[in-house]
Every structure is written in C-alpha cells, then in structure tokens.
Design a protein around this ligand. Structure first.
Ligand code: PTJ
Length: 254
C-alpha cells in the first residue's frame, strides 16, 4: 500500500487505487482491470463520487428483482473480487445465492486464486466455470459457466461487465442486474437493471435494501421501474454537473 495521508482531499479514491493495484499484485485482478478502473474513476468524477438518486432508484428495483428470483447467481470478476469481497459474500448470504467466478481475460490460475480469496472472506459456495455448460451467443472465456450456477440462473448479478456477455445472457432470456459507472456502456443499456454508481458504494446499499424489503412491495417496485428512464436521469445529471463545473471554472477565471 502507498502512504497516502488521510488528510489528502482524494484519499478515498487513492485508497481504492491501492486496493485494485494490490488485486493485480495478488494475481486476482487482471492488468486490464486497471484500465477499466481508470475509466470507472472518470465517470465517478462526473457523477460527483456519491450515490445519486438514480442509483438509489435502481438499487430498490435490483433488490426486488434479486429477492423475487428463483435462482439468483452472483458473477465475480477480478475487479470486484479485489474491491468488494466482503460485500459479495454478504450479498450471497442475504439471497442464499452462490458466487460464481467468471472472468474475461484468461490467465493461468487466476480463477482459482479468486475462488480462494472469496473463501478467505467467508464465502461458502463458490462455483467455478466448466466446459460442461456454455452460454450461447458468445465466444470469449466468459461463455464457460457452471451448470448449477449462471447456466441455470434466472437473474444474474453482474457488476462491471463487458457488453458481450450481458447481451448473450439477455438473449438467453435471463435478467441481468449490473453496476456500471458508465451509463452509456453497452452493458448499462442492455441490462435489466443498471445501478450507475461505484460498486464499493452500491453493494453495501444493495445488501441493506434486500434486508429491508417486504414481500408486499417487491412486485410493485419492479412494475414501476424503467431502466431506460434511470439511464436518462444519470446522463442528465452528468450533463448538468459538467455545465456546473464549467460555470465554476469560468467564474474562477473572471
Ligand atoms: O477479471 P476480468 O478478466 O473478467 O476483467 C474484468 C474487467 C472489468 C477488466 C472487464 O470486465 C472489462 O474489461 O470491463 P470493461 O469492458 O472495461 O467495463 C468495465 C466497466 O465498469 C466500465 O464501463 C467502467 O466504467 C465500469 N467501472 C470500472 N470501475 C468501476 C466501474 N463501475 C462501477 N464501479 C467501479 N468501481
């Protein structure tokens, strides 16, 4: 870990960088994960590095969809394994759902290292990809899944996804709940529910929401939810804050 002082104005963001770098050093996160993280940072900056109302709306719907699922599964890649291992385990316990390792960049031993990392953080049920079950409509390493996990799932929680698998899962008739800081990404647009927020803030809130939900309200929340409308709100927010920042900069130069 680097020695970022707690008084640094960007302490939280820099600490997260340390966490993702540590993930790469431990062989959990792909080196490409650093680039994905940087892209996320840029969008986080634009949304104000805080959970916004459009994310809260999506979190409510996501909690409802995951609670109503018959066979929910939590997909884990190298970035989320490094950033939020405890919250992933808590979510699995709250839903009584397995975690399943599923990565895009193939590297010898990384899947197994992710599995061990999750077990160390308290997971009891971590499924691994197999060649027995494969997703249709996709050619990458992500097509290899577990027959009792993603293959059988009706709802899959897939944070920080690449668009291809999200599209394939939707074509296979499954619902996808994602967390993606970029409201314009293919995943964000194709998912059933997109939480536009940093996964480190969104996941604890999602777990809390699942615990608070009552059966009588879940159907109602889902009926009222529109992912397209939520993405529009995120884009409007980004555009407003961009204009706000520009006005601030102009005022500073006057
Ligand atoms: O471990 P692997 O091999 O499965 O690889 C995982 C990554 C994330 C590298 C892989 O799925 C990938 O390349 O993803 P993309 O296509 O770069 O997409 C990642 C998306 O997540 C981008 O839209 C980022 O803006 C977003 N993102 C990055 N960090 C965060 C995030 N969203 C929420 N929270 C973050 N911390």
């Amino acid at each position: 870990m680097s020695d970022v002082p707690k008084t640094h104005p960007r302490y939280l963001s820099l600490t997260l960088r340390d966490t993702i770098v540590a993930g790469v050093e431990q062989g959990i996160t792909s080196i490409h994960g650093l680039i994905a993280h940087g892209r996320g940072e840029a969008f986080d900056y634009l949304i104000g590095e805080a959970t916004q109302p459009f994310a809260i709306e999506a979190i409510h719907a996501a909690a409802a969809m995951l609670r109503l699922a018959e066979h929910p599964v939590i997909s884990v890649n190298g970035n989320v394994a490094a950033l939020v291992p405890d919250a992933l385990v808590t979510l699995g316990q709250a839903l009584n759902a397995p975690l399943e390792v599923n990565i895009f960049h193939t590297e010898t031993g990384r899947e197994e290292r992710i599995r061990k990392h999750l077990l160390k953080h308290g997971a009891s049920n971590v499924l691994m990809p197999t060649t027995e079950a494969q997703l249709s409509y996709i050619d990458s390493n992500r097509k290899f899944v577990h027959p009792e996990g993603i293959f059988k799932a009706d709802v899959i929680f897939v944070p920080l996804e690449d668009g291809d698998r999200c599209e394939a899962l939707r074509k296979m008739g499954k619902d996808v709940v994602t967390v993606d800081l970029n409201p314009m990404s293919r995943t964000a647009k194709q998912a059933s529910i997109t939480i536009v927020d940093n996964v480190v803030r969104a996941l604890p809130l999602l777990c809390e929401e699942i615990r608070k939900l009552t059966d009588s309200t879940t159907q109602d929340i889902l009926k009222k939810y529109s992912n397209e409308a939520v993405l529009q709100k995120a884009l409007q927010h980004i555009s407003r804050s961009r204009n706000g920042n520009q006005r601030k900069r102009e005022a500073e130069h006057r």
